[in-house]
Design a protein around this ligand. Structure first.
Ligand code: CA
Length: 530
């Protein structure tokens, strides 16, 4: 076991902008009362790592500035050297969604970046997989146990015969029956499952396990025309009358007598697709074939200082290389909506950002909540006082490029550049929706630490602090804490992450893949259940 290493260095504060009247403590373990920090300020109490110190006397009612943004107003007079924590701040109202600057920012064009490639699996539709996986789609939760049983046997008995296939992934989920399937909100979970089945890492090999009586019938999940027909194989007994090559194992089919008949049927169908996947080989692809989703989870005050700015730098490199890069997490960007609408490439894109925010405001209001429901006890322990402060650190992941497009939850991406893919901030729901968008590589930053992973796509985890990177040395892929330690610049880490992305896209395994860690698919279902 590697114990946390005590920080022996001099007191270090990090201020994000010259106008800020607070800065955060960088030292592992925090700083004790009486420490004299830069500017000759004496700490009036112990301040934990990542937490804020008042740099000047802040009068009650005046703004507390971080990132040159008012993250709140002083709830009482705050003397210089005071620990500025959640209860000393009153949170500002969310910015209204009218009279926003629409596509007003005109950032200088980013210089194209050429010559970067990775080794990927080219699909018939032109998309590229970073892994060669058999994905087995399901129409309903009822079949999940049966499919899990079958997947265990496929992995043990079939997969060793097909060494060019990386893994078999059962796409179990909670949807499919017991839901108001014609309600407007149902469109989101249905298209999410559909589009995950079409993720580039599954190579276009569609295979579905269905129960038979569920509301989400196979032809509703994957209607003709929603997928490319890769061969003429047809399972006639699911009632597809148009000859579409949708490969379905239906557990309630009369031909299945006993459980083993179902398992045999799933295994036979799986073997057909394994043979086809096994014939594929990696080939050199330009970096522009990457579809990268970024998100953060278990955030702390360092997220917006180290890891997220490095991800933002790498995001700009991806845009320059012609790739697609998605940022998401609506409640974590809501407080920066004016920055986003200003950065939209066109007024139409700005209007789409507003449309998604408006929809989410109403969704939260229906549930009797607002965006302040986002922050967790861990966020606060890590120094983030409220959602405004968290949002400023979250948006930095998107870099500086114009926002080229907007996706609604569960939609499939068909565009290059920087994309705002509207999703909840919940880690597993965001990851699930980015998979549906067609993500072939995922970047995840964390300050508090989470062992997050996805079965369908490699996840590169970036630690915000050296202490976490040391303690979780076999779970984190990159340590952005070196930025706070003064050992590397944001640019250094951004380039390192970009090169690591190309390596992982080419087959280098992530820590989560090494241990076989992955979270469940968690669908976003804003519709009613019955
Ligand atoms: Ca998240």
């Amino acid at each position: 076991m590697t114990a946390p290493i005590p920080d022996p260095g001099p007191p270090r504060l990090i201020r994000m902008h010259a106008s800020d009247n607070v800065a955060i403590v960088a030292n592992t373990g925090g700083l004790p009362e009486g420490t004299v920090v830069e500017g000759g300020i004496r700490l009036r109490e112990r301040v934990p790592q990542g937490h804020k110190v008042a740099l000047v006397d802040i009068a009650a009612g005046t703004p507390v500035l971080r990132y040159n943004v008012a993250i709140g107003h002083a709830a009482r007079d705050i003397a210089a050297g005071t620990w500025v924590y959640e209860r000393l701040l009153t949170m500002p109202q969310a910015r209204a969604l009218h009279e926003l600057p629409m596509a007003t920012a005109r950032p200088a064009p980013l210089e194209p970046l050429q010559g970067y490639t990775f080794e990927g699996y080219r699909n018939a539709d032109g998309s590229v997989g970073t892994r060669n996986l058999l994905g087995i789609t399901t129409t309903v939760q009822c079949v999940a146990g049966v499919l899990e049983f079958a997947v265990r046997r496929i992995k043990a008995e079939l997969l060793p015969k097909y060494p060019h296939v990386d893994d078999v992934v059962g796409l179990e989920h909670s949807y499919g029956c017991g839901v108001a399937i014609d309600a407007p909100g149902a469109a989101i979970p249905i298209r999410t499952v559909r589009n995950i089945s079409l993720n580039p890492n599954f190579g276009g090999e569609l295979m579905v396990v269905s129960l038979g009586c569920e509301k989400l019938q196979p032809q509703r999940l994957l209607p003709p025309g929603s997928f490319a027909v890769v061969d003429e194989r047809n399972i006639a007994d699911v009632g597809l009358d148009d000859g579409a090559a949708l490969d379905v194992v239906c557990l309630q089919d009369e031909k299945h007598v006993g459980f083993m008949s179902m398992i045999d049927s799933i295994m036979q169908t799986a073997e057909y697709h394994l043979e086809r996947l096994n014939a594929r080989r990696r080939e050199t692809c330009p970096a522009s074939d990457l579809v990268v989703g970024v998100q953060c989870g278990g955030s702390d005050a360092f997220s917006g200082v180290t890891a997220n700015p490095a991800v933002g730098f790498a995001a700009d490199l991806l845009v320059r290389a012609g790739a697609s890069i998605m940022f998401s997490e609506t409640t974590e960007v809501r407080d920066g909506v004016a920055q986003l609408t200003a950065r939209a490439a066109t007024p139409e894109v700005a209007a789409a950002i507003v449309r998604e925010m408006q929809w989410y405001d109403e969704y939260l209001a229906r549930g009797g909540a607002d965006r302040s429901a986002n922050t967790t006890p861990g966020n606060k322990k890590g120094g983030l006082s409220n959602i405004v402060e968290k949002a400023m650190g979250s948006i930095i992941k998107s870099g500086s490029a114009p926002i080229a497009g907007v996706l609604s939850p569960g939609e499939k991406l068909a565009q290059k550049g920087l994309i705002y893919a509207a999703t909840p901030a919940s880690d597993f729901i965001c990851g699930t929706l980015q998979l549906a968008a067609g993500m072939n590589l995922h970047i995840f930053t964390t300050g508090r630490g989470t062992p997050y992973g996805l079965a369908a796509c490699p996840v590169i985890k970036v630690a915000t602090r050296t202490e976490l990177a040391r303690r979780w040395h076999d779970l984190m892929d990159l340590n952005a804490g070196r930025i706070a330690d003064g050992e590397a610049s944001i640019e250094d880490l951004g380039w390192e992450l970009f090169r690591l992305m190309l390596d992982v896209a080419s087959g280098k395994r992530t820590r989560a893949e090494h241990w076989g860690l992955h979270n469940d698919l968690v669908l976003f279902n804003p519709g009613p259940v019955t």
